[in-house]
Write a protein that binds this ligand. Structure first.
Ligand code: SAM
Ligand code: SF4
Length: 327
């Protein structure tokens, strides 16, 4: 079985997101309960060799050309740069999403190992609020991590900010200014119902339109022609860079979705909001060959639905929180 990874709606999948750990040193309110979650036992996690084997099957059988490492917090996994070097041999684009708290130590080794792109999550520029949101007093560490990523040579450094009404929606202009001054690209993400505390509601989602209207009033913006990425980009009219919005709720991009996901324990997910998973770890550990694994992946993608139903009566909340899926 060799060819593109196409589902029944004709969508071709090229982007693989791998959660390499369920653990995290933060406890963001919109992602994880305060007490944390029960961590997976080490034996349940895919090993670096197993992750690489599954990624290789997806690259060689289906032409996957983009891999993103996520978690939990991917940089808490021991020896993560070894994994990066193993995956780099597959020759795909490679990116990482991180909370940024250990980048002073990790940024340069990541680049040296073959990491190409980076997204750093940051939802408040105010120390007290950052503490409230992440339940960790590490704003300065993350800001320093962002500087470290820039110094190491990541370009552009992208900052992901989840916008929540009544929580941080008064910081939109501050974030825009931060991006312009530091030369990093801020991307606002609409809040999705994957928080472990179930505090999400439709009226707390701040829409792309509202975000752009608020920023444009201070720093005028114009839309950039949309490419294949989920972020709608806008450039400042004065030439000082751009911002993006990932409008996963108000302007769902399911029709163009090209992503598949692998959890830290080797469950294949055909959608962020999937209710069913496909157990690649058992297949792998029972000695199945690449062809059998490829067939199971194709079966999983064939079962993919048209799109999520957030905000509609028939929406089913996945049983996992964002930290267990990887974003
Ligand atoms: N720990 C890493 C981090 O925070 O970047 C990687 C994992 S985290 C689950 C991946 C991304 O998902 C982060 O950018 C985070 O802000 C985002 N995220 C988490 N919960 C979310 C939610 N309920 N709605 C929208 N984005 C969310
Ligand atoms: Fe951890 Fe990232 Fe979730 Fe925050 S968003 S709790 S840093 S996994």
């Amino acid at each position: 079985m060799v060819g593109p990874l196409v589902d029944t709606f004709g969508r071709t999948h090229r982007d693989l997101r791998i959660s390499i750990t369920d653990r995290c040193n933060f406890r963001c309110t919109y992602c994880m309960p305060e007490e944390g979650l029960e961590w997976l036992d080490r034996s349940e996690l895919l090993s670096f060799e197993e992750i690489t084997q599954l990624a290789r099957v997806m690259v060689t059988h289906f032409g996957i050309d983009s891999i993103r490492l996520t978690g939990g917090e991917p940089l808490v996994r021991a020896n993560v740069t070894e994994l990066v070097a193993m995956l780099a041999e597959l020759g795909t684009d490679m990116a990482i999403t991180t909370n940024g708290s250990t980048l002073r130590r990790h940024a340069k080794p990541l680049i040296d190992a073959g990491m190409k792109r980076i997204n750093i999550s940051l939802d408040s520029l105010q120390r007290d609020r950052f503490l409230e949101l992440t339940r960790r007093d590490e704003l300065d560490t993350v800001l320093d991590g962002i500087d470290a990523a820039v110094e190491a040579g990541f370009s552009p450094v992208k900052i992901n900010a989840v916008v929540m009404r009544g929580v941080n929606d008064d910081e939109l202009v501050d974030f825009a200014r931060f991006g312009r001054e530091r030369g990093v690209r801020v991307r606002f993400i609409e809040w999705m119902p994957l928080d472990a505390d179930e505090g999400w509601s439709n009226d707390r989602v701040v829409s792309q339109q509202e975000i752009i209207d608020v920023i444009s009033a201070e720093f005028p913006l114009e839309p950039v022609q949309r490419g294949s990425e989920p972020a709608q980009r806008f450039r400042y009219l004065d030439g000082q860079g751009e911002v993006g919005v990932i409008a996963s709720v108000t302007q769902a991009f399911c029709g163009d979705c090209d992503r598949v996901r692998l959890t830290a324990e080797g469950q294949f997910r055909n959608c962020l909001f999937a209710v069913d998973e496909f157990d690649l770890r058992s297949l792998l550990r029972s000695g199945a060959g690449d062809e059998a694994i490829a067939q199971e992946i194709q079966r999983a993608v064939t079962a993919k639905w048209a799109g999520h139903q957030i905000g509609k009566v028939n929406f089913i909340r996945p049983h996992r929180s964002m930290s267990q899926i990887g974003g």
